[in-house]
Ligand binder design. Structure first.
Ligand SMILES: NC(=O)c1ccc[n+]([C@@H]2O[C@H](COP(=O)([O-])OP(=O)(O)OC[C@H]3O[C@@H](n4cnc5c(N)ncnc54)[C@H](O)[C@@H]3O)[C@@H](O)[C@H]2O)c1
Length: 267
C-alpha cells in the first residue's frame, strides 16, 4: 500500500514494488493520478488498484485499509509518500510558481518574515498531511498487521529536511523531523510484533515538488553545485532504497533512515 502513489516518488515505488511481485494499492488525493499509476503498473504486467485518500483524514485512511484487505487480503508493506511542501501545494499545478519564487526571494532578504507572518492554518495543513497523515496510515496498517498475527514492513518518507532546517520551509522541515522521530518511536513499539518501521530521507529529487526549482534558470545549479554527485536524484533512485527497506533484504533494519541524497549530508 502506497500513499501519495499518484505521482513522483510514490508512483516510482508502486511501479518498482509491482515489478518485484507486490500487488499494490495506489492511494492518492488525486484519483486520476492514482489511476494513471495503476495503468503504469498494469502495462508492466503487474496488479494494482486505485483508491482515493485524504491522508490527513482518519475515515479516509480506514477506507483505504478496508480496500487493501478486501482486494488483496491484507497488508504486508506500507509506504507513506503522501506529502506537501507548503499549504497551497497541489502536485503538478504550476500556476503559483512565480509567486512562490517571488516569496522565497523576499524571505531571503527578510528571513524573520517567514516565521512572524506565518499563518496558523498553513502550519496546521502541512503538519496534518505530512505528520498526522503518516501517523494515521501507519496506525491503520499496523492494526491490520498485528491483527493478522503476521509480520510487516513500513517505510515512511521523511526528507533531508528532517535533519537540516535549510532543506525546506519551516513547517515542512518540522513535519519531516516529526516523521523521523515518529518512525524511530514506532519502530520500538512494533518491533516485538515483528513489524519493521524505517524511513527514507531523500535529498532533492526530480518530481512535481521540486519542479519549481528546475524551471527557473540557475536555481537547480544553486542546489547541485555543492552536492558531491552534482545532480538531482530520480524518483526511481528513491524507490530502489524503498524496495530494500520494504523487502526481507533489510530484515535486520528497523528504526533507521536511509538518505538517497547525492551526498547532501557529507558536509
Ligand atoms: N521531491 C523531493 O525532492 C523530495 C525530497 C524529500 C522528501 N520528499 C517527500 O516525498 C514525498 C513524495 O513527494 P514527491 O516529491 O514525489 O511529490 P509529488 O507531488 O510528485 O507527490 C506527492 C503526492 O502526494 C499526494 N498528496 C498530497 N496531499 C495528499 C493528501 N492529503 N492525501 C493523499 N495524497 C496526497 C499528491 O497528490 C501527490 O500525488 C513527499 O512526502 C515529499 O515531502 C520529496
Amino acid at each position: 500500500m502506497v500513499t501519495g502513489g499518484g505521482n513522483g516518488i510514490g508512483r516510482a515505488c508502486c511501479v518498482r514494488f509491482a515489478a518485484a511481485g507486490a500487488r499494490v494499492v495506489v492511494a492518492d488525493l488525486m484519483t486520476d493520478a492514482a489511476t494513471e499509476t495503476v495503468q503504469a503498473v498494469e502495462d508492466a504486467g503487474g496488479e494494482a488498484v486505485a483508491v482515493q485518500l485524504d491522508a490527513s483524514d482518519q475515515e479516509s485512511n480506514t477506507a483505504m485499509m478496508r480496500t487493501a484487505v478486501e482486494t488483496f487480503g491484507g497488508i504486508d508493506v506500507l509506504l507513506t509518500a503522501a506529502g506537501i511542501s507548503h499549504a497551497d501545494y497541489v502536485s503538478g499545478d504550476r500556476s503559483g510558481n512565480e509567486e512562490l519564487v517571488a516569496e522565497a526571494i523576499e524571505r531571503m532578504a527578510d528571513p524573520a518574515s517567514a516565521f512572524v507572518d506565518m499563518e496558523l492554518a498553513a502550519w496546521r495543513k502541512v503538519l496534518d498531511v505530512n505528520l498526522t497523515g503518516t501517523m494515521l496510515a501507519v496506525q491503520g496498517a499496523a492494526r491490520q498487521m498485528v491483527a493478522s498475527g503476521g509480520s510487516g514492513s513500513i517505510v515512511t518518507i521523511a526528507s533531508v529536511a528532517a535533519k537540516h532546517p535549510d532543506a525546506g520551509p519551516l513547517a515542512y522541515a518540522v513535519s519531516k523531523a516529526g516523521v523521523w522521530m515518529f518512525t524511530k518511536s514506532v519502530a520500538r513499539l512494533l518491533g516485538p510484533a515483528n513489524i519493521r518501521v524505517n524511513a527514507i530521507g531523500p535529498g532533492f529529487i526530480q518530481t512535481n515538488m521540486t519542479q519549481v526549482l528546475t524551471e527557473i534558470p540557475g536555481v537547480e545549479d544553486m542546489f547541485t553545485t555543492s552536492l558531491p554527485l552534482r545532480r538531482l536524484g530520480t524518483p526511481d533512485e528513491v524507490a530502489a532504497a524503498a524496495l530494500f527497506l520494504a523487502s526481507d533484504e533489510s530484515s535486520y533494519f528497523t528504526g533507521t533512515i536511509l538518505h538517497p541524497d547525492g551526498g547532501y549530508f557529507t558536509d
